[in-house]
Ligand binder design. Structure first.
Ligand code: FAD
Ligand code: SF4
Length: 460
């Protein structure tokens, strides 16, 4: 008999006023008892709508049933066969719009907390020394993967499991892509990314760091080195700016740069060599998840933080949970407000930002109501830093100039849902092919492309 509790088993977490002063993980994770209680809420539906909402096709009711029985090792086997990075997706996947959004328990209350149980199972496996690194015997074929974000890592893991020799070429000195340089420690501890990457290495995946493809080696040279196929998973790490006066002042960051300094370069640690300003008052421009991450980091670095967003509360593109956490932690939301100019002092450092009030007009092409300036409503806010979080686009450095490879108008690699590009032996997926999206979509793309690469090499 299923547990008919209508709400999710609450996730233990640090108090808002404690956590906004540290970088430790906010959510503390379920105990075995809590995980079993939550898994028992699953009705084991015949048509499994949750599975159709999962881009990597995890057999969700099967692993939940094992957790409900208390057989966590079996649950991990099922989960890790389908998902190369379960401790990561359990933490940062937007489950409410994927598997949990399709769960029938939503009809009368909360969905099953699939992500919370997934996270428990992955952490339990690590704590108990259980891993799933078995691979097929080596098949003698070599594949190169560009980028070690979730798309590249998933593609590499799937191919390694099939017996391929896979080398991942990563531009940074640390693998993980946005998982390492973007998503803050308090949402995704870097020790967990390292642990998942170590599992892939145990499967034989080779990771070459500090290898900027397009500069150190070209894709054509990778083929000359004997790789039979190349997967491009180089993400969308190029920030966008507003093109308003003052954006080159000291103290104006892109969210990516700010987060990279803090997360990847550990600027939040007092003994870190990485320079970062310890600001008094910061404006974060934008309303997406990346803006919430930057704002919550700036708060933890000791600043008063304002989110400056040109539309209203309902239009904020960030996940509700992220907005809720940011508010609890004391982030101030200046909505229907848009920057027009950033001013500096005599040393060229940011001293204030001038904004204009907005009101909502008719819906635009995105279906959201268009923000319209209210004439004469300009006002100045004294700040000593501005973090621009307006979205990103792909950096085409790794693939520009590759003969025959087509790009989209936005500079992404032109690829279908299975990772095929205009070149038979080049595959692509994740943000490099779609523009900024989500971790689980990047993982799904990496998994599909691995299948396409296998089919291509077998057909040669
Ligand atoms: P990336 O993660 O960007 O990885 C690409 C990798 O390729 C990088 O390591 C990069 O260094 C490397 N690379 C680039 N060019 C080259 C080159 N020329 N040679 C070699 N290597 C190269 N999604 C969620 O689902 N949940 C979240 O909570 C979430 N939070 C986010 C927070 C932030 C701050 C950001 C920026 C994004 C967030 N996202 C989130 C989006 C998600 O992280 C991305 O959609 C996902 O990481 C894309 O994966 P990817 O593998 O395609 O690219
Ligand atoms: Fe269980 Fe919800 Fe999936 Fe049904 S839809 S099998 S209740 S997780």
């Amino acid at each position: 008999m299923a547990n008919l509790q209508t709400t999710k088993t609450p996730m233990p977490e640090q108090e808002a006023n404690v956590r906004n002063g540290n970088f430790l993980e906010v959510a503390l994770g379920y105990t075995l008892e809590q995980a079993q209680n939550e898994a028992q809420r699953c009705l084991n539906c015949k048509n499994k709508p949750c599975v159709s909402g999962c881009p990597v096709g995890i057999p969700i009711p099967d692993f939940l049933a094992k957790v409900a029985e208390g057989d966590i090792a079996a649950a991990y086997g099922i989960l890790s066969n389908a998902n190369a990075l379960p401790a990561i997706s359990g933490r940062v996947c937007p489950q409410e719009s994927q598997c949990e959004g399709k769960c029938v328990r939503c009809n009368k209350g909360d969905s099953v907390g699939i992500g919370r149980v997934e996270r428990f199972v992955a952490d339990w496996a690590a704590e108990n020394g259980v891993s799933n690194v078995a691979t097929a015997p080596k098949n003698g074929h070599k594949v190169a993967v560009i980028g070690s974000g979730p798309a590249g890592l998933t593609c590499a893991g799937e191919l390694a499991r099939m017996g391929y020799a896979v080398t991942v070429f990563e531009a940074f000195h640390t693998p993980g892509g946005v998982l390492s340089y973007g998503i803050p420690e308090f949402r995704l501890p870097k020790a967990i990314v390292k642990r998942e990457v170590a599992n892939l290495e145990k499967m034989g995946v080779e990771i070459q760091l500090n290898m900027v493809i397009g500069k150190v080696l070209t894709i054509t040279e990778l083929f000359d080195m004997g790789f039979e196929a190349v997967f491009i998973g180089s993400g969308a790490g190029l920030p966008m700016f507003m093109k308003i006066p003052g954006e080159s002042l000291v103290g104006v960051y892109s969210a990516n740069e700010y987060l990279t300094r803090i997360n990847l370069m550990k600027a939040y640690k007092p003994d870190s060599d990485t320079p970062v300003l310890h600001n008094k008052k910061v404006a974060v421009v934008g309303g997406g998840n990346v803006a919430m991450d930057a704002a919550r980091c700036a708060k933890r670095m000791g600043a008063e933080v304002h989110i400056v967003y040109r539309r209203g509360e309902e239009e904020l593109p960030a996940r509700l949970e992220e907005i809720h956490h940011a508010k609890e932690e004391g982030i101030i939301f200046d909505l229907l407000t848009n920057p027009v100019c950033i001013e500096g002092d005599e040393k060229g450092c940011v001293s204030s930002i001038t904004c204009i009030r907005m009101e909502l007009g008719e819906p635009d092409a995105s279906g959201r109501r268009r923000p319209v300036e209210i004439p004469g409503s300009e006002f100045k806010m004294e700040v000593d830093a501005v973090i621009m979080s307006l979205g990103t686009q792909p950096n085409p450095m790794s693939y520009d100039g590759t003969p025959g490879l087509e790009k989209t108008r936005k500079g992404c690699v032109q690829a279908d849902d299975h990772g095929h590009t205009s070149c038979d032996n080049i595959f692509a997926g994740g943000d490099a092919a779609t523009g900024a999206a989500t971790v689980i979509l990047a993982m799904g793309a990496g998994k599909s492309a691995a299948k396409s690469i296998d089919a291509y090499i077998k057909s040669k």
